[in-house]
Write a protein that binds this ligand. Structure first.
Ligand SMILES: [Zn+2]
Length: 84
């Protein structure tokens, strides 16, 4: 897979792992390449990052495993309903 083959759907799938730095170097590069050419995904990843940063700032315990993905999904659904 070349770096340009990553799709917006892949961004939605990977954003939680990207935030948690769980992507392989190759996937992370592909992810960030996509953000450079796709403003909606850049805005989306930025919203996810800010939502997770706010969550982590207020959390007194470590963010549970899998939560990043759920927050990413919630932000995506918010963005979709806001654009309708
Ligand atoms: Zn995209």
């Amino acid at each position: 897979m070349s770096t340009l083959d990553i799709s917006c759907e892949d961004i939605f799938d990977l954003v939680g792992a990207w935030h948690d730095r769980e992507l392989s170097e190759r996937d992370q590069n592909a992810f960030e390449q996509h953000l450079l050419i796709c403003p909606p995904c850049l805005a989306y990843s930025d919203r996810v990052r800010r939502a997770l940063a706010a969550l982590e700032a207020t959390a007194t315990v470590a963010v549970p495993e899998g939560l990043s993905g759920r927050v990413a999904t919630a932000v995506l659904e918010q963005a979709r309903s806001a654009s309708e």
